[in-house]
Design a protein around this ligand. Structure first.
Ligand code: NCD
Length: 343
């Protein structure tokens, strides 16, 4: 059995996502959030996918992505099993990656996977497409190259936080930090193709500047961008700044420590330079690049962004298993307390 190309099945490469899919996922996410607020809505969500099982195969450290996928599954009644340490899987006995993935697929209906190597999720998806009972593969972070579900939750957070100003279209978005090795910013840049008149500003130390393949992608798709090391003069023009940490786990010779990150950080002084309605995002975890004092500023949306991750992952699972129609046809008025709206 092969998977029809028009189906949202594997979630691997953000370059394949179009605006319609992004808008649908955002709409489903908002509906899920509304439903989850009431006991009746939460029960209804629980009944959407109790017939499915998921495998969480995370062989690279993860807190948020693991927990949000795990809990997204549970929100929908999906049962989960997990491997978080390759030392306890049969790979230590010499089983090939292909055989391991095929084995997982024998027991579950979806595999969510994070690996330190790039391209592994794509490899698993290709494998699935060659076997009689393929299951969807969701890339939950593949080395330094892609993190598509993070980019989806980032899009949702941007769209909803900028809703009163027309959403992402027409906005100036800064991406700051270790852009060379950060997979979240790479995936987010790919999704920007779907929005009109967006301008990107890369704010990074020269040694951690955005890679050429992403710049080339932006050129090809007509997305203007600039590069700078000067945060202070850039901040006043930004509608959103997406801050990232130094990805020091990829250091080969202590290169992170040679950079003065203080110049690429947000604290009270930087807040005073920002537009009153700009937003500050971060995929988390953070190092010192956002002062905790910033958490109390209404422009700081990263904790909401983190929670949105769980709701967006619920939406992704619903879409993969084609149970989203059920949700989209519901009258949410039946589940919302009078006067309540979803922020
Ligand atoms: C990101 C990752 O793993 O790439 N974390 C996450 O999934 N929220 C960002 C990071 O680790 O810096």
């Amino acid at each position: 059995m092969s998977v029809p190309a028009d189906r949202f099945f594997h979630v691997i490469d953000p370059r394949t996502f179009d605006r319609q899919l992004l808008d649908e996922l955002c709409e489903i996410t908002s509906r899920v959030r509304t439903l989850a607020k009431s006991p009746e809505g939460a029960r209804l969500l629980q009944m959407l996918l109790p017939d499915r099982r998921a495998m969480l195969y995370f062989t690279q450290p993860s807190t948020r992505t693991f927990l949000s996928f795990n809990n997204a599954c549970h929100v929908l009644g999906i049962r989960t099993s997990e491997i978080r340490d390759p030392a306890i899987s049969s790979e230590v006995k010499g089983e090939s990656f292909a055989d391991s993935i095929r084995t997982f697929s024998s027991y579950v209906d979806v595999i969510v996977m994070r690996t330190p190597e790039p391209g592994r999720a794509a490899e698993a998806a290709r494998l699935m497409d060659m076997i009689p009972r393929p299951v969807p593969i969701i890339n939950a972070g593949s080395g330094q190259d892609q993190h598509p579900t993070q980019a989806l939750l980032d899009i949702y957070t941007l769209e909803r936080s900028l809703e009163g100003r027309g959403g992402i279209d027409g906005k100036v978005i800064g991406l700051m930090g270790d852009l060379r090795r950060g997979r979240t910013v790479r995936s987010l840049c790919h999704l920007m193709r779907n929005y009109a008149d967006v301008r990107l500003v890369f704010i990074a130390p020269e040694s951690f500047a955005m890679e050429d393949d992403i710049k080339e992608y932006l050129w090809v798709h007509g997305i203007p961008f600039t590069e700078t090391i000067d945060l202070a003069s850039t901040l006043p023009e930004l509608d959103a700044i997406y801050v990232t940490r130094m990805q020091s786990e990829w250091d080969t010779e202590g290169e992170s420590a040679r950079v003065d990150l203080g110049r690429f950080s947000i604290g009270p002084a930087q807040l005073s330079l920002m537009k009153p309605d700009a937003i500050i995002m971060h995929p988390l975890p953070r190092g010192g690049e956002i002062d905790p004092a910033v958490d109390h500023d209404p422009r700081a949306v990263y904790w909401r962004q983190e929670r949105n991750g769980m709701w967006m992952r619920v939406a992704i699972l619903l879409k993969i298993f084609r149970r989203d129609d059920q949700l989209l046809s519901l009258d949410l008025g039946d589940f919302t307390a009078p006067g309540e709206t979803v922020a």
